[in-house]
Design a protein around this ligand. Structure first.
Ligand code: BYC
Length: 311
């Protein structure tokens, strides 16, 4: 019966076993995973847009090659994650329909514009930096396919993070114009990077369920604190400043304490009213429409192959 199955399911998680496709799971566990993994997949795919816009404007061949490789990795991450979600019984078409119709969420961070080349380095340092903290936590997740996807994705994102950090530090030590460009990018991306890790625990309705079933192994505020503790001192060390007058190191706790986050801005972005929400969805819809002939050709080819096999 349900109670006994639930008890066994929870005991497996408590023993540190992974739940695999086809194993019994509560409907709410499945629903939460489909929600999170599909949002995560959409974030990777939409996340290609802000950086992709700069591929043709990279300042050197080396930087261009790095950026092309990074954006291609993001497409790959989207693919693994859609596959991981498919193991839970949802189809690719359903997930894409939810994204393109505006029903599905994707990370708030990708609704901000990339105004200068320094934004590309800053995305690597701050956005991939925040993503790695979140995903290292999710690599411990109780659902096998999601946790394994995170291991590979984190390895690739570590490279994304390093190239971004190297780029921003280079500009921070460069000409006055380069320094100003790097500082402006940090000023614009710092708060959205903190918001990206989700609302405070007190305003996070999903956290209790996710933590109970080992989907999340840390809360939003814990991950945010880890992110700040690593990045704040490094950015200051690079000779840059952070746009938070309240930011200070608390020696009693060993934490960097931040000032209030503008949650009105966060919810406006999550609810579709950020600076780039409309453009981002429009770009995805256009790409989907322009890819229609590929999907049709694949379907015709598959049908023809099946006919040949029958004959
Ligand atoms: N943006 O109860 P909460 C990358 C929503 S891409 C939008 O705390 P949860 C990269 C949340 O969905 C990596 N919505 O939620 C790619 C919920 O609404 P619903 C992206 C957000 O799930 C290219 C409501 O707010 N990473 O690295 O417990 C280039 C209440 O929140 C956001 C992932 O996707 C947000 N930021 O915790 C460079 C990680 N935050 O769904 C880099 C996977 C919250 O109930 N996701 N909401 O209607 C997660 O780990 C968790 O879902 C979150 C939120 C920590 C984000």
């Amino acid at each position: 019966d349900y109670e006994a199955r639930l008890a066994e399911f929870e005991a497996r998680i408590a023993r540190g076993e992974k739940i695999e496709p086809g194993d019994w799971m509560p409907e709410e566990y499945r629903r939460q995973l489909v929600r999170m993994i599909s949002q995560h997949a959409h974030s990777e795919v939409v996340g290609m847009l802000p950086e992709g816009a700069w591929i043709t404007r990279a300042p050197s061949l080396k930087r261009k090659m790095i950026l092309i490789a990074k954006v291609q990795d993001e497409a790959g991450h989207g693919q693994y994650l859609y596959h991981a979600a498919e193991t839970l019984g949802v189809t690719r078409e359903e997930m894409l329909e939810a994204l393109l119709s505006g029903k599905a969420k994707y990370s708030s961070i990708f609704n901000y514009p990339t105004l200068t080349w320094a934004d590309i380095g800053t995305i690597g340092w701050l956005v991939d930096g925040a993503a790695i903290k979140n995903q290292t936590m999710l690599a411990q997740c109780s659902y096998g396919p999601y946790s394994r996807a995170m291991v590979r994705i984190c390895a690739e994102e570590t490279f994304h993070h390093k190239q971004g950090k190297e780029m921003v530090i280079t500009y921070a030590q460069g000409t006055p114009k380069q320094r100003a460009m790097a500082q402006d990018a940090i000023n614009r991306w710092w708060w959205p990077a903190l918001m990206m890790l989700g609302p405070h625990d007190s305003d996070s309705p999903n956290t209790p369920t996710l933590v109970k079933w080992g989907i999340k192994t840390k809360t939003n505020d814990q991950v945010r604190q880890e992110f700040i503790n690593e990045h704040a001192p490094e950015i200051l060390e690079a000779g840059l400043t952070l746009p938070d007058p309240d930011l200070r190191y608390d020696s009693a706790t060993g934490n960097w304490v931040h000032g209030p986050i503008d949650w009105d801005e966060f919810w406006a972005v999550v609810n579709g009213n950020g600076p780039m929400n409309k453009e981002r969805l429009e770009a995805r819809r256009k790409a989907h429409a322009e890819g229609a002939w590929v999907r049709e050709a694949l379907a015709v080819y598959a049908a023809r192959k099946q006919q040949t096999a029958v004959a």
